[in-house]
Ligand binder design. Structure first.
Ligand SMILES: [Zn+2]
Length: 283
């Protein structure tokens, strides 16, 4: 069984002490590919270094997933982004498989502020244009702004697709994103039986339009939350999302894993045959 963790932040300092052990553990839990996602220009180099560290460890530890990278300017950090950051982003895109995470976020009062949301829209449009120019799919972060995000994607005739990461919209929005060529990113939140909105969205779009992700170190699976011991999520927990999803969709685990694996490559426009090229990482 092969799994693709389509959204991780393994570059976070919380993984500095045991990053290699962590990806090795993920490999033992069937994770064969991981997508490292940058969200702030000041962290792009950190993402690159983490990816290089993992790739170079392959010489010692064979059982390690292949790493992919994405870079983008995240809407929740909008107050920190500058025009210079957009230039920096362009310089990193050559080594990236996707542009993200980008999007619109209305979760907090500060983000709902008119000025903040205008800047979010401005950066979202610019980054969608950039992804279109570079023919890259995008990783979308959208909270409480699904209708607006859909409108922007349509208005700009953006057609590179990608992943609507950690999807939190409703059934109709889920279907609309799928129709625009996006896969829905399902996190380990799906392990929570009370996540009814997510369960309905997943059932509405069906197996062909889904991928899974841990968003680690965030989104601790429910069972681990309850134990209260762990303070971070890890790529090895990805199989928990798979198991819950298989139960919800009433489908065989291996069959589901196979479809999700193919969906990940399709959504990220990655050639299944592509081999690791550490030299291609940004230096
Ligand atoms: Zn993220």
């Amino acid at each position: 069984m092969n799994l693709f963790d389509t959204h991780t932040h393994l570059d976070e300092p919380v993984f500095d002490k045991d990053r290699i052990e962590c990806v090795h553990a993920a490999y033992r839990h069937c994770v064969r590919r991981v997508m490292l996602v940058g969200y702030k220009a000041s962290h792009f180099e950190r993402v690159t270094l983490a990816a290089k560290q993992i790739e170079s460890a392959k010489r010692r530890v064979v059982a390690i997933p292949k790493v992919h990278m994405a870079f983008g300017l995240h809407p929740a950090f909008i107050s920190q982004h500058t025009q210079q950051d957009l230039t920096s982003l362009k310089n990193y895109l050559g080594a990236a498989d996707a542009l993200g995470e980008i999007g619109l976020d209305r979760y907090t009062l500060a983000l709902q502020d008119k000025q903040s949301f205008c800047k979010q829209l401005d950066f979202f449009r610019t980054q969608l244009d950039m992804a279109q120019d570079f023919s890259k799919p995008v990783l979308l972060h959208i909270r409480k702004a699904h209708a607006e995000a859909l409108r922007e994607i349509k208005d700009l005739s953006f057609n590179q697709g990608g992943i609507a990461h950690s999807f939190s919209g409703g059934e109709q929005e889920a279907i609309a994103f799928a129709e625009l060529g996006f896969k829905l990113g399902v996190t380990t939140q799906i392990t929570n039986p009370n996540a009814r909105k997510l369960i309905r969205a997943v059932q509405a779009v069906g197996i062909k339009n889904l991928v899974i992700e841990t968003d680690s170190p965030d989104m601790l699976p429910m069972q681990l939350h309850e134990r209260g011991k762990l303070n971070r999520n890890e790529p090895k927990n990805l199989c928990r999302a798979l198991v819950s999803l298989a139960q919800i969709l009433r489908i065989d685990l291996e069959e589901l894993a196979d479809v999700l694996w193919k969906n990940s490559f399709e959504g990220l426009k990655i050639n299944t045959q592509s081999e690791s090229r550490p030299g291609a990482l940004h230096s």
